[in-house]
Write a protein that binds this ligand. Structure first.
Ligand code: PLP
Ligand code: COI
Length: 344
């Protein structure tokens, strides 16, 4: 294998931020069809001042990671599921679908072109991959654009939460993230725009994230601004909220399989009531960016729910889930068929 020289980056101290890499993929949609797309060097986007994305937030995105495995390959994790979810997001937002097979190809090409930025094995960092699409031509009446861009860029990242894997303190939010028949189940930019005020308010009050409740009854746990929940009961069952208004996390779906098939644990995907939180032994946030970030404490309007796993380290079941998932992603543990796409 040809050894590519890596960029001179302090991998171990990267946060979750944007670092410009060399190449990005762009494909344009015009007159009812996608062009063949290309890798380009210019990181800037030039669009109409009246573009659908700028006026009416017609945009969706995906998030995934490329890893260097123990034996030196560069791989990505279940990109077909991101491609499928992006198709689902596009349909709900009246955007043209970028076919999932082409999505996976574009992601692989972009990662390969930025190989020098894929953090080395064991560095604690990964290459975050951000596919996204937006309406690019002028719309002034409320209607879908007729032209779109699909893009993929990459950026090397460290942990999403400051402090790495130290347990988080989150609060129950008084704001809702998603309406019952709204867009919570897709990865629309608008879901994140509306979370900016609550997240900043949470930070101002000293919390790491928000726990959103279901908007209709405000009695059930949904998710946070950027991750799904996993709970562990005192008798070692894994419980994860089921709801039509949360994002179907690929990490969470993978962890459900890991819990059942690798760890032999029982898993319940069901409605989880706010009232039950005090009875769980462990709590974690799962997602591409979050991986599994343990939660030590949930603040419900001043009343603290403290998990027995404490504020120093992950609970034992969360740790096993974390070790097995990251082991699969980094090539230390054999992956289920089709989970790992080798780029080189
Ligand atoms: N929930 C929300 C709101 C997210 O933004 C994300 C991130 O993608 C997730 C959950 C986790 O999803 P995944 O595991 O597919 O990254
Ligand atoms: C991801 O995990 O990929 C996301 O998109 C979450 C986002 C909050 C960074």
């Amino acid at each position: 294998m040809l050894i590519m020289e890596k960029k001179n980056i302090d991998w171990a101290n990267l946060g979750f931020g944007y670092v410009k890499t060399d190449k990005r993929f762009v494909s344009n949609y015009k007159n009812g069809a996608w062009d063949e797309g290309a890798l380009i060097s210019d990181p800037n986007v030039v669009i109409s001042e009246c573009a659908g994305v700028l006026q009416y937030a017609q945009t969706c995105f995906e998030g995934m990671k490329a890893y260097t495995t123990e034996d030196g390959h560069i791989v990505i994790f279940r990109p077909d599921l991101n491609g499928q979810r992006m198709e689902d997001s596009c349909r709900r937002l009246e955007m043209p679908v970028f076919p999932k097979e082409r999505f996976v190809e574009a992601v692989c090409e972009t990662v390969a072109a930025n190989e020098a930025y894929v953090p080395p094995y064991g560095s604690g960092a990964t290459l975050y991959v951000r596919p996204y699409m937006f309406g690019s031509d002028a719309v002034i009446g409320v209607s879908p654009s007729s032209e779109y861009q699909f893009r993929v860029f990459t950026t090397p990242v460290g942990p999403y939460f400051k402090g790495g894997v130290k347990p988080l303190t989150i609060r129950i939010s008084d704001y809702d993230r998603a309406a019952p028949h709204g867009t919570g189940h897709i990865k629309a930019g608008l879901n994140y725009a509306m979370s900016l005020y609550p997240i900043m308010e949470a930070h101002r009050q000293g919390f790491d994230e928000n726990l959103y409740l279901d908007a209709a009854t405000r009695t059930k746990v949904e998710e946070t601004g950027g991750a799904n929940f996993l709970f562990v009961t005192k008798d070692n069952k894994v419980v994860t909220p089921k709801s039509g208004s949360i994002l179907p996390s690929i990490t969470r779906r993978s962890l459900v399989s890991v819990a059942q098939d690798y760890l032999g644990l029982e898993v319940e995907e069901r409605e989880v009531y706010l009232d039950e939180l005090k009875d769980f032994a462990e709590c974690g946030l799962c997602g591409t960016a979050a991986v599994i970030s343990p939660v030590g404490k949930i603040n419900d309007h001043g009343k603290e729910i403290c998990f027995p796993s404490g504020m120093d380290k992950m609970g034992p079941v969360t740790q096993k889930l974390y070790d097995t998932l990251t082991g699969i992603q980094m090539g230390r543990i054999e992956a289920p068929e089709g989970w790992i796409r080798i780029i080189k």
